[in-house]
Design a protein around this ligand. Sequence first.
Ligand SMILES: [Zn+2]
Length: 280
Amino acid sequence: MPRDLNATLPTDLHADGDRLNTNHLLRATLLIAAALCSRGVDAQSTSADRWPFEAQIGQFAIHSDFNVAANPQFVAQLGSLQADLKKTLQIEIYPEPIHLILFEHQANYQGYMQRYFPTVPFRRALFIKRRGPGMVFAYKSDQMYVDLRHETSHALLNASLPYVPLWLDEGLAEYFESPPTGNARQHTHQATTRRKAFWRQVPTIESLEAVGDLTAMGATEYQEAWSWVHFLLHESDQSRGVLIRFLQELQAHSPPGQLSRRVATELPDWKERYLAHFQR
Ligand SMILES: [Zn+2]
């Protein structure tokens, strides 16, 4: 399910694909922090420029209006995400600071976003970056931990790679949003992908590469992007190697070309292998 910004934004205001002005964002963060604290009991407090709860977990600076860091599951999953990405994708994950701005109530989250980003349509969670540190916004919900793994995956990948193709960025974020202790095959996209595979429907990477912006990334494109990431990572060492080398060359600033061409060359029987993978 798309959770990212997917509406047309002013040229200086982008999210998830093309990033927001971070200086603007940091200023907005400090302003809202002051507003939140102004409701506190001690107006003279020297912590008036701080959020009620702040924590540092690895490279993540957390600013929240509730004590999210007290949740051991949250701390463990956030702390392991960098290692999960590095181990699975075999690229370096750079320790660039990433800010997480978290709200206990949807109303406060919406009020914050409407105040500082009035043209940004509502999403449960957002990753925003242009220059400087990436920032993730979310509010407490049943889906918050999934949302945070998805958006922080974007943040870590975009801190570490000079560029990530849109469809692959979403496919990887969808893949890593599953709890690390869970079985990747249990993702909600699994049943849809297997049903399509039963009817021998195989999405092409070319069609995903043709998606120009997030407005064209619908539920089908998210599911198809996830399925290609899952296929490449799990079908065989050979298929995994195709994706890993592509990402490693991206990281080395060596133009890797289109992934679709690599797959056509290195996995010429990809269609049958994709079907077999999801018909198992
Ligand atoms: Zn996303």
